[in-house]
Design a protein around this ligand. Structure first.
Ligand code: GLN
Length: 483
């Protein structure tokens, strides 16, 4: 079946003309039509535009110029701008907003002949860990539809897991690519900060945000990272480097690699089912010749606390632009201030408002030094501690999430518990380093994600290691039972 193929396999069949770009698109659109009511992955699907993209892709194929992802349908998280397709960030405040431009990652995907399938659900403005903060719909985990897909890129993760799309783009500020990938049993890759342009990504925490792929194989993640990364003058934090190369993805060996196991990422909070799967993966990798050493990175303990100051502080500034004047719907009111107040009161959901208030507070006179400045100092310390580990080790291994997919509704009334789940993923954003999650087995029938972290700018090396790990783990690419 077309929808079961990996993106790399599908692209090969398209390049050899065994499958046309329109057929590849049809297969996925049909499946979305039949099943997305059940899963709730997509906020928008623009069939007409998708067929236009497929036509341009077919022209590339017919000229004999097909690349490694030409003709492959791509789902895009709805905080990434798409020219002509509504982009809401799953917020009422952007309802009906149609960007007049494509994010750089979308421009690059189209140039590579990819076909934009639609926009996926997320926690409002990417703030959350379960996708339940969407103003529009609930997304369900394909492994068990009573459970959350994780978040905030829950729609992207669930649609790839349920084979509604071969691959998707997400964004990761504190774990939003890796954690939903983990809960949905797929691969999620956050590149080094600055390797993938943020131009056109609706900003949440600008110093932490990074776009990256959600896929069913490490190879697909590497291919999509290659297509979407590279220097972009439109993003002042974009690094002047060539795109992430997949050329040597399969040429590495795990033998003799040194891996660090930070004891703080194996804290008691890791549930026993998750721990068992990670430990058995470590055993497999030892047999492949990886040398493991337990290390300590003390600042990790302060990761969640400091992240939940820095991210809201940046968000409070970034979200000031949503005032009902420039984008989206405008509430009725008397005078400018009243209109803006009402628009923001009616347009933002609870979690977003809470973060704007926390962030504004942390930045305000008298509190800046106590909160924001201190958080930045911890961040700098954390980066130093990680750099020391990377000077000695090739990579860091840990669980991605301390738990498997939890029930929908289970944690909505406990935002603190939900935030504490982020402790394994936050360090990669604080230190700008690349991180990847891949499936390593099941605990009580639910996928367990293994996280690998690498030194900043060593994206290629990390992907190569992840490919080796995927090949050696017996359960890395197992699929849920889906219709
Ligand atoms: N769960 C984290 C938060 O709520 C991370 C979100 C993200 O990476 N976008 O902020």
């Amino acid at each position: 079946m077309i929808t079961q193929l990996s993106a790399a396999e599908l692209a090969k069949k398209i390049a050899s003309k065994e499958i046309s770009c329109a057929e590849a698109l049809d297969a996925h659109l049909d499946r979305i039509e039949k099943l997305d009511e059940q899963y709730g992955c997509f906020l928008a699907v623009d069939r007409e535009r998708a067929y236009e993209d497929a036509k341009s892709a077919q022209a590339i194929v017919d000229r004999g110029e097909a690349g490694p992802l030409t003709g492959v349908p791509l789902a895009v998280k709805d905080n990434i701008s798409t020219d002509g397709i509504e982009t809401t960030c799953a917020s009422k405040i952007l309802k009906g907003y149609i960007p007049p431009f494509d994010a750089t990652v979308v421009t690059k995907s189209k140039a590579a002949g990819m076909v934009i399938l639609g926009k996926t659900n997320l926690d409002e403005f990417a703030m959350g860990t379960s996708t339940e903060n969407s103003a529009y719909k609930i997304t369900r985990n394909p492994w068990d539809t009573t459970r959350a897909p994780g978040g905030s890129s829950g729609g992207s993760a669930a649609c790839v897991s349920a084979e509604l799309a071969p691959l998707a783009l997400g964004s990761d500020t504190g774990g939003s690519i890796r954690q939903p990938a983990s809960l949905c049993g797929i691969v999620g890759f956050k590149p080094t900060y600055g390797r993938c342009s943020r131009y056109g990504l609706v900003a949440f925490g600008s110093s932490l945000d990074q776009i990256g792929p959600l896929t069913r194989t490490v190879e697909d993640a590497a291919l999509l990272a290659e297509v979407t990364s590279g220097h972009d003058p439109m993003d002042s934090t974009s690094i002047e480097m060539a795109p992430i190369s997949s050329a040597n993805l399969k040429n590495g060996s795990l033998k003799g690699l040194k891996a660090a196991l930070p004891k703080e990422l194996f804290a008691d909070a890791i549930n026993s089912g998750v721990r068992a799967q990670i430990e058995s993966a470590i055993e497999v990798l030892k047999n492949e010749g990886v040398e493991f050493t337990e290390v300590s990175i003390p600042s990790i303990e302060y990761g969640v606390t400091t992240y939940y100051i820095i991210a809201p502080a940046e968000a409070s500034s970034n979200l000031a632009r949503f005032d009902g004047i420039r984008y989206g719907p405008r509430s009725e009111g008397k005078g400018h201030i009243n209109v803006v107040e009402r628009t923001r009161a009616e347009g933002f959901g609870h979690e977003v408002k809470a973060r704007i208030m926390i962030g504004t507070y942390a930045l305000s006179a008298g509190y800046y030094d106590a909160f924001y400045l201190r958080a930045q100092q911890v961040r700098a310390l954390m980066k130093q501690e990680f750099d020391k580990v990377y000077a000695e080790y090739d990579f860091i291994l840990s669980p991605t999430s301390p738990v498997t997919a939890f029930k929908l509704g289970e944690l909505v009334d406990d935002p603190l518990a939900l935030k504490l789940l982020d402790f394994c993923t936050i360090p990669a954003n604080m230190g700008g380093m690349p991180g990847i999650s891949l499936n390593c087995g099941l605990a009580e029938g639910l996928p367990v994600g293994l996280q690998l972290l690498g030194a900043p700018l060593q994206d290629e090396k990390l992907l190569q290691i992840a490919y080796g790990v995927e090949q050696s783990l017996p359960n890395a690419t197992q699929r849920p039972q889906i219709p």
